[in-house]
Design a protein around this ligand. Sequence first.
Ligand SMILES: O=C[C@H](O)COP(=O)(O)O
Length: 280
Amino acid sequence: MASSRTNEDWKRLITSKIDRLQSPNSESHNSGSIESDFTAIVSPNDPKLPLAIDHTLLKPDATNEQVDELCREARKWGFKSCCVNGSQVNRVVENLRGTSVIACAVVGFPLGAGTSKSKAFEASQAIEDGAQEVDMVINVGALKSKDYNLVYEDIKAVTEVAHISSSSKILVKVILETISLTNGEIMAASYIAAEAGADYVKTSTGFLGGGATEEHVGLMRRSVAYKDGDEGGERRVKVKASGGVRTFESCVKMFKAGAERIGTSSGIAIMESRRSDATY
Ligand SMILES: O=C[C@H](O)COP(=O)(O)O
C-alpha cells in the first residue's frame, strides 16, 4: 500500500523527531535503553556471542569453495547466520540444512541505487531460495534529496515481501550506509525505516570504508526507540553494527552502544580470541 504521506509530511515528522531526540530534557533523549541479551558479554567465551554474529562473505569474487568454508565455520562456531549475495543463498541453505544457522541475503547491495521493484524481486527470490533474513540497502541518493517518500516506499517494498508474502516472518535489516550520512540523515533514515516496518537498522555495507561507530549505533538506537514495547514488550526495531568490526573488543563496544547484531567478515578472528579468555 502506498504511503499517504507527502515529502512535506515526512519533513515535518522528521524535524519534530530530531528536535525531540536532541532536546536534553525530553523523554526521547533518555529513551532507548541499551540493555540487551548481549550487553552483559565480557568474555569471548560467552555462549551468546556467536548468536549475535552474521558471518559474512559479500565480496564479488567469492567462490563456491569460499562459501562452503564460510558455512563450515558458521556450523563450527554456531553463528546466527551466513550472510551472502543472492546467487549463493541456495548453496548456503543446502550447507546449513539441519543446523541452527540460518541464511541471510543482501538486497540492492552494495549501492542501494536500483529500483524498489528490483529490490522487492531480489528479496522474494532470496526468500524463495531459503533466506530467513534480508539485509537491504536504502536509496541513499533519495535520502540526500529529501525524497523521503521514495526512501519509505523503497524499504516498504521489501518489508511487505518479507512480512506479508511469506509464510514465516522473514527479518528485514535496513542498511543506511552511515559513512555517507550526516547525523540528521541517520536519524531521518532510522525513523523512516522503523515506520516502514524494518526489524533492524544496520550501519554499513563495509564497501565504502569506515563502518560502524559507537556514536552512530547509539544514534540509531535512540532514533528507533519510540517503537519499543509495541509488540508485547519485545524491542521492536534493533540495531546491527557492520563494517570494520574486527575484534571482540569492538563487538563489546557495539553491544554497549546498543547493537544487538554484528555483521562481520572477521567472525573467525573474533571467536579465536577465546584462546586468551580475556575479559573487557
Ligand atoms: O554486512 C557486513 C559487512 O559487509 C561486513 O563488513 P566487513 O568486511 O568490514 O566486516
